[in-house]
Design a protein around this ligand. Structure first.
Ligand SMILES: Nc1nc2c(ncn2[C@@H]2O[C@H](COP(=O)(O)OP(=O)(O)OP(=O)(O)O)[C@@H](O)[C@H]2O)c(=O)[nH]1
Ligand SMILES: [Mg+2]
Length: 699
């Protein structure tokens, strides 16, 4: 018979072995793929003398010897073909003539059948009985010509399933008996030559071995096997069936591409899938385990370990506008997850802190000019008032007071020179050039300045200087210590320092996100889950170029963290034409450009609302409070994806470790959720998968 259906196979790991145990420990050394095939031979299995169990063939007759009934079979094949056409009329499908009779028991239908198959032999029994083979053993529903012949394979799934007609006409016990016989009689069993393990048809002995092993395949029913080369693992990934006992001597050598894996990691010659790689990783099988692979396996353990780590690493891209706090979050993550700062980084940060200290001092000195001017104006005003009042005695007293005030911001000649020099250097933008040499030379002067009464008077009014960053207080308080040559920045100093590196806007670090007691729902599901390996890349918005054209370079990122400073709500930016625009709205525009970037169409975004600690203060200070809800609405609008993607939002305070930890863990949940959606072996029903937007992180 010509094969009426494509060759189906079960993908199965008939025995792979990884000595290290873990998830692969039960695989046999031979490895294989178990498959069923509808062959094109017309052979039949006769009655067996000692069959036992549903899948055991005991007579072991050679296929080639079973061709005696070939002419009958040709007839049967013709019938089968006809019946395939009438398939939808059939409920039972093992023997077509019977089933048609059951379906259409009227004379009319018999005539039709006769027309379709005029030479069909008469039935031995009507539907109330069952066909009985030569040895007297029931074969279930069969016509005389089919007794002793194999069933029509595409209909194997109907074996043992009684029809409505049968149920109507026979007693329950009789139906049960016939169906049981139909299922168990040897002639109806799947012949071993139609079952393939690693491309090799099985012999009877091999099939018996397979069926009687400690963990036999759940089903060898061709109808269930499907038409794919191996079981579908979803989303285009395929993997072998994992539950066959090890060490079975069946089939040929396993083929490399049998699971459609693309990991470059082989186990017994089979390239494993990403999912399996993850399982290996999760089970703690790293390089050592993988060296134990078969002959073709990768031997370079270091490379394997690195490759696994790389392939399992999540890439997080952290983007934000000026002063949004991206570098603070980046450094906080480094400190949190014990990623050491290199000596170079430390030196850079030290230089930066010292340079910033001089910049802060310079801002204070500039403020001094302002304060002095204010004083002068005040003096002139008071003088004018005094002239009007013509009260001499007051004039004398006020003037003496003024002399005191005038001196309040006056420096010694030495400090005056230093002050002028520093302001000039800062104005010309040469501050970077003079470091680190400046530390050595000017450290004593900074100390002298700090101890000066006039400078302390300026320092007291520092809050009146909008140019002075908030963080300046932290460093100015320790100006003397910081300006010294032997100063070593503490972790907190590093965190508060402005900027990751001195110049470029890109920084990267690898870290693993460990489990913590604060972890949410997902962790509680899987206690054996390994830490998540991540690469965090911080990019300043300016580094993305015009229209974010460089964003494409980061398209392989798994999660985009977009950082917004909540203080931007009250901050304005002035362009070269003098046009003022709200910083939050500008950030929103950038955000929209990024989320609608074509290369990021299927990416997940986490919006980090940073500087949450300052929100209350800003709302209190900013006069046009009504704008806040408006801005929030605008942000909300921006976060709606037209394609139905979700935007995840988390609030954070970059300067607080717990807060950054929480934000990144929320990112982890999003990654896991996203991963889960792609994972086939797990529950595919998205309604059951955990949505991180409902987790405690967002509350
Ligand atoms: N109060 C407060 N200050 C923060 C927070 N996050 C960052 N800052 C401060 O805000 C300033 C800007 O933070 P950065 O991390 O340098 O911002 P950025 O994204 O690197 O921006 P650029 O420096 O312009 O590249 C720094 O002085 C930080 O110390 C926060 O959550 N709360
Ligand atoms: Mg910065």
């Amino acid at each position: 018979m010509s094969a009426a259906f494509p060759r189906p196979r079960i993908g199965s790991r008939v025995g792979e072995s990884v000595k290290d145990g873990g998830v692969y420990s039960s695989f046999s050394e031979k490895g294989g793929v178990l498959e069923g095939r509808s062959g094109d031979a017309h052979n039949v299995f006769g009655e067996s003398s000692s069959s036992s169990g549903t899948m055991v063939f005991s007579d072991g007759r050679d296929d080639s010897n079973q061709l005696s009934g070939s002419s009958d079979c040709e007839e049967m094949e013709e019938e089968n073909k006809a019946n395939v056409l009438n398939d939808d009329l059939s409920e039972t499908t093992t023997c077509n003539s019977i089933e048609e009779l059951e379906e259409e028991s009227s004379e009319e239908s018999d005539q039709d059948e006769a027309a379709m198959s005029p030479e069909r032999p008469p039935l031995v029994e009507d539907v109330r009985g069952c066909a009985t083979g030569a040895a007297g053993k029931s074969e279930g529903r069969k016509c005389t010509s089919c007794i002793g012949h194999r069933i029509h394979e595409p209909k194997r799934g109907s074996l043992g399933k009684s029809s409505r007609m049968m149920k109507k006409m026979l007693t329950h016990d009789a139906v049960k008996q016939i169906m049981s016989a139909e299922l168990s009689c040897p002639v109806n069993q799947l012949p071993p030559h139609l079952i393939y393990v690693n491309d090799k048809p099985l012999s009877m002995e091999e099939l018996v071995t397979l069926q009687s092993c400690s963990n036999p395949p759940r089903s060898l029913d061709l109808g269930d096997i499907g038409t794919t080369r191996c079981l579908d693992f979803g989303k285009g990934r395929r993997a072998a069936m994992p539950d066959i006992s090890p060490l079975l001597q069946t089939g040929y050598q396993i083929r490399r591409d049998v699971s459609n894996g693309a990991t470059n990691v082989l186990i017994n010659g089979r390239e494993i899938t990403n999912r399996e790689l993850w399982l290996l990783w999760a089970a703690g099988i790293r390089s050592e385990g993988l060296i134990l692979l078969g002959e073709d396996s990768i031997r370079d353990s270091e490379n394997v370990a690195k490759r696994i780590e790389r392939s399992m690493m999540y890439k997080l891209l952290l983007v934000g506008c000026d002063q949004s706090g991206t570098s603070t979050i980046f450094k906080q993550a480094k400190i949190l997850y014990n990623v050491p700062f290199s000596e170079d980084e430390k030196q850079n940060i030290k230089d930066m802190i010292q340079r910033n200290l001089y910049r802060y001092i310079s801002i204070l000195l500039e403020g001094r000019e302002h304060f002095r001017e204010e004083d002068a104006m005040d003096l002139r005003r008071r003088r004018a008032d005094k002239l009007v009042l013509q009260v001499y005695i007051y004039v004398v007293r006020e003037e003496s007071d003024h002399v005191d005030e005038k001196n309040a911001y006056s420096f010694s000649r030495n400090l005056e020179n230093f002050s002028s020099w520093l302001q000039q250097i800062t104005m010309t933008g040469n501050l970077e050039v003079i470091f680190p040499a400046a530390t050595r030379e000017y450290s004593p002067l900074v100390e002298e300045l700090w101890k000066d009464k006039a400078f302390q008077a300026i320092f007291k009014r520092r809050n009146e200087l909008p140019m002075l960053p908030r963080v300046a207080n932290y460093f100015l308080d320790r100006a003397v210590e910081i300006s010294r040559m032997d100063y070593e920045p503490s972790e907190l100093d590093i965190l508060y320092a402005d900027g990751v590196t001195s110049s470029n806007g890109v920084a990267s670090m690898e870290f693993s996100l460990p489990k913590s007691s604060q972890d949410g729902y997902m962790e509680s599901l899987d206690h054996n889950e390994p830490p998540l390996s991540c690469e965090l890349i911080r990019v300043h918005a300016n580094s993305l170029g015009e229209n974010c054209k460089w964003l494409e370079m980061f398209e392989d990122s798994d999660l985009f963290l977009f950082c917004i400073s909540l203080t931007e709500y009250a901050e304005y930016h002035e362009d070269i034409n003098g046009t003022r625009s709200n910083k939050l709205l500008e950030t929103k525009r950038l955000f929209e450009r990024i989320i609608t970037h074509p290369t990021l169409a299927d990416k997940q975004f986490l919006l980090i609302l940073n500087k949450f600690d300052l929100l209350d203060e800003i709302i209190y200070e900013t006069p046009c409070r009504a704008r806040l809800p408006l801005c929030w609405c605008e942000v909300q609008e921006a976060v709606l994806f037209p394609d139905g993607r979700k935007l995840f939002v988390v609030q954070a305070t970059g300067l607080e470790a717990d807060s950054v930890d929480k934000a990144l863990r929320y990112g982890k949940e999003i990654l896991k959720w996203e991963d889960e959606r792609h994972t086939v072996s797990m529950n595919q029903d998205s309604s059951e998968s955990f949505d991180p937007s409902s987790s405690a992180y967002t509350s």
